[in-house]
Design a protein around this ligand. Structure first.
Ligand SMILES: [Fe+2]
Length: 355
């Protein structure tokens, strides 16, 4: 027993185009299909049929004769398959002409009807062709919505993963700073100074967001530096200094999952100790080779280090820090960044900010 069709044909106002050069055949089909509730149009050949398809754009079903003068039904079928892939086509073939029927099915016909047409057969074949078309459309719609949904879920998951990663590294920075009373709040202040400076320089909101994150995470690589070295009062040996310098490349590596969405955060981690004259580390970049984001963090990082007490020395006065930045302008620090930083914080009495 044949199972019932899952998608019954749309009986009301479904448009059908009947194509045959024999007006007698057209009349039979038009009458039959109209009585079934279809909205039927007719054409006497391939060119007339294509003109109707261009005008009506999408016709769900075409019933077409194969043998017609001029461009025959096969040509019409090929045109429809390439231009209107969602249109079902049922071909009318001569009685017993199985070879032509098979040829049409190979080109892409949904089905064929042998002439002379039988009423019950026309109904059955047309209902079936429309039901198949409906099923194909529904499967495609489901597949597309499945893919859209899947893509959205993957994007959501990636966003959640990144948010989780950021929460973890921010927590790591807090823990890192908590170990050393001298650096507590350093990254938060650097982020705030850097964003205000960047804003003063007219930097875009999106890049300011990178600067904020980069400011918070710029020293994350120090997780790999020994406490004895980090908190050592007094001068460092060459070996210890080399260990300190590694926090730039280590930090960049730790943040590598952010490379696609937040490349500037990685630039800040790697290059916030570069100097304009090329004597910085880790790469010895010069001038404009150093991204502006890293040039900004470099200035405000040094300012915060000078204006807060460190294990190896007492803090400087704010004015002393401004003077020191200015003294190193052009060699170590970008003078435009220093000017923007000062303009963003004109009141020295309000510095250092609390974080
Ligand atoms: Fe650093």
């Amino acid at each position: 027993m044949v199972p019932p069709l899952e998608f019954p044909p749309e009986a009301v106002a479904t448009r059908v185009l009947v194509v045959d050069d024999d007006s007698g055949v057209r009349e039979i089909l038009v009458r039959l299909l109209t009585s079934q509730g279809y909205a039927v149009t007719e054409a006497d050949g391939t060119d007339a049929a294509l003109a109707i398809l261009i005008r009506d754009r999408e016709v769900p079903l075409v019933v077409s004769d194969v043998n017609m003068p001029g461009r025959d039904g096969r040509e019409l079928l090929r045109e429809i398959r390439s231009r209107y892939p969602d249109t079902a086509v049922v071909m009318l073939t001569g009685d017993g002409d199985v070879a032509t029927a098979v040829e049409c099915l190979k080109i892409g016909a949904s089905d064929y009807l042998s002439k002379p047409v039988q009423v019950h057969e026309v109904r059955a074949r047309i209902d079936m062709a429309l039901a198949e078309r409906q099923l194909t459309l529904e499967v495609r719609r489901l597949r597309e919505s499945y893919h859209t949904d899947l893509e959205r879920q993957v994007r959501d998951l990636a966003r959640k993963n990144q948010a989780m990663f950021l929460a973890q590294v921010q927590m790591a920075v807090t823990m890192l700073e908590a170990k050393d009373p001298y650096t507590r709040g350093h990254s938060g202040r650097v982020a705030e100074y850097a964003v205000a400076t960047g804003r003063q320089m007219g930097i875009s909101i999106a890049l300011l967001e990178e600067i904020r994150l980069g400011g918070e995470l710029h020293d994350i690589g120090k997780i790999g530096t020994r406490d004895a070295v980090l908190q050592k009062p007094g001068p460092l040996t060459d070996e210890e200094f080399a260990e300190i310098r590694r926090h730039t490349v280590d930090g960049e590596a730790m943040l590598s999952v952010l490379r696609t969405d937040h490349p500037e955060v990685l630039h800040i981690a790697r290059w916030h100790h570069e100097r304009l004259d090329g004597t910085g580390f880790p790469d010895g970049l010069t001038g404009q080779q150093i991204p502006v984001t890293a040039r900004i963090v470099s200035v405000v990082d040094a300012f915060d280090a000078m204006t807060t007490t460190r294990s190896y020395r007492e803090n400087q006065s704010i004015d002393g820090a401004w003077t020191e930045l200015q003294r190193c302008a052009g060699r170590q620090f970008d003078p435009d960044v220093i000017a923007a930083f000062r303009a963003a914080f004109p009141d020295s009495a309000a510095l250092p900010i609390l974080s």
